[in-house]
Design a protein around this ligand. Structure first.
Ligand code: CA
Length: 410
């Protein structure tokens, strides 16, 4: 699902879609000749498809006549593929003291609502509140871009045409069904809507009418429907109440770094036997499946992640986002800040540098799953293999040191 000085810190930069594309797919480039006239032609041509999909002609004509081509939406979409933050820069904003403080106030203010949602859906109130906090700064920044215009612009642009065409059809159906006033159908530049930034398709599949007024209203000031919808979404994807998303751990001396990444799954008892321990002290919570994750390599914090981690991934695949939600929920519950320091002397590699790194690994006969600048499991595995061959700690983190060494081998 995707997707102002205190305001700026709380809202805009955090939508995790700015970290990397949440779909994890290689995409077409998008048109280079976008114009208002071209957009109007597209609106005329798309009418056939929309009507075939069930949108009444009267609704299509009325709403799409009013839809606008939004060049700034295309510009934002272009930028997101170029731009990468380090996880620590992201978390500084995602789990800032302000966001923790406001979250605790929100938990107090909506204590009854969140308790009822927790009981009904089996998702802890702090987790629901954390998603609310990251997606819209607890309802403060739900986005004021006209959703139909944003979706139509992105469908017309064509970088991910099929996806946005389907979202546009769904949004038109929302209008047709009267769940929200046309003027209130607003959200992010990417078409995500309401308190917890649902895309229209997620609204269709998961939104609930928690306050019982007959409308599934995730847009209005009252967050009841939106927060229950989010809990419903997490429940659907398998949230296990009472289990952590993950926790910060310490790794023992001589830890085998081949045992890291989401691909290595073991019972918690096995990790315990290997000497993995909570950074905050005490015992590891029980669990049948857990993995060790090093989001910034072996010099940064280590996490033991549980199946709930993969449930949060259904909101956004970026590790930084999932850790942001998880850690914010822990802080809202009164938990401590992270114990280990991030390697703050490193910066994020640019898209071109990530491609260069992949190309260098490919030239050495390793498989990075493409030279697209996208750091997926294959690139991580390739970095690990290279690190091992160099006698380095094989943590798989493609940092500036790896790139520098690949540029000047030997
Ligand atoms: Ca309702």
């Amino acid at each position: 699902m995707r997707a102002l000085v205190l305001a700026l810190l709380l809202a805009a930069p955090v939508s995790a879609q700015t970290i990397e594309d949440p779909e994890g797919t290689v995409m077409a480039a998008g048109r280079e000749d976008g114009s208002e006239a071209g957009f109007r032609d597209w609106v005329g041509a798309f009418r056939v498809k929309a009507l075939e999909a069930g949108v009444p002609a009267s609704v299509y004509d009325r709403e799409m006549r009013a839809a606008l081509y939004l060049p700034e939406v295309v510009a934002r979409d272009r930028r997101q593929t170029e731009f990468t933050k380090t996880i620590w820069d992201y978390l500084d904003i995602a789990v800032s003291q302000d966001r923790v403080t406001l979250g605790r106030k929100a938990l107090e203010k909506h204590a009854d609502l969140l308790a009822r949602i927790e009981t009904e859906y089996g998702v802890e109130k702090e987790v629901v509140a954390a998603i609310w906090g990251l997606e819209s700064a607890y309802g403060t920044y739900r986005g004021d871009t006209d959703t139909l215009s944003a979706l139509a612009t992105l469908a017309y642009d064509g970088r991910r045409a099929a996806f946005f065409e389907a979202q546009l059809v769904q949004a038109l159906e929302i209008v047709d069904q009267g769940h929200v006033g046309r003027e209130a159908l607003k959200g992010s530049w990417a078409g995500a809507m309401g308190h917890t930034q649902f895309m229209p398709s997620s609204w269709a599949d998961f939104a609930v009418d928690f306050d019982g007024d007959g409308r599934r209203d995730i847009w209005g000031d009252d967050p009841a429907d939106a927060l229950a919808s989010t809990a419903n979404y997490l429940r659907h994807w398998g949230w296990v109440k009472g289990q952590p998303w993950g926790l910060e751990v310490t790794l023992p001396e001589g830890f085998d770094y081949d045992q890291t990444t989401e691909r290595v799954v073991k019972p918690v008892s096995d990790w315990r036997a290997l000497g993995v321990a909570p950074a905050a002290g005490g015992e590891l919570p029980e669990g049948d499946e857990a993995s060790v994750l090093l989001p910034a390599g072996h010099t940064g914090p280590a996490f033991l992640i549980y199946p709930n981690f993969r449930v949060i991934e259904k909101y956004n695949l970026a590790d930084a986002y999932v850790i942001g939600i998880g850690h914010l929920s822990d802080r809202l519950r009164g938990g401590p800040v992270l114990a280990a320091d991030w390697p703050r002397h490193w910066r994020a590699l640019t898209l071109e540098e990530r491609k260069e790194l992949q190309a260098a690994l490919v030239a050495l006969g390793l498989d990075t799953g493409g030279v697209d600048g996208r750091i997926g499991p294959k690139t991580v595995a390739a970095v690990k293999a290279w690190q091992k061959a160099q006698g380095l700690v094989p943590d798989g983190y493609p940092g500036p040191d790896v790139l520098a060494a690949l540029r000047s081998p030997g």
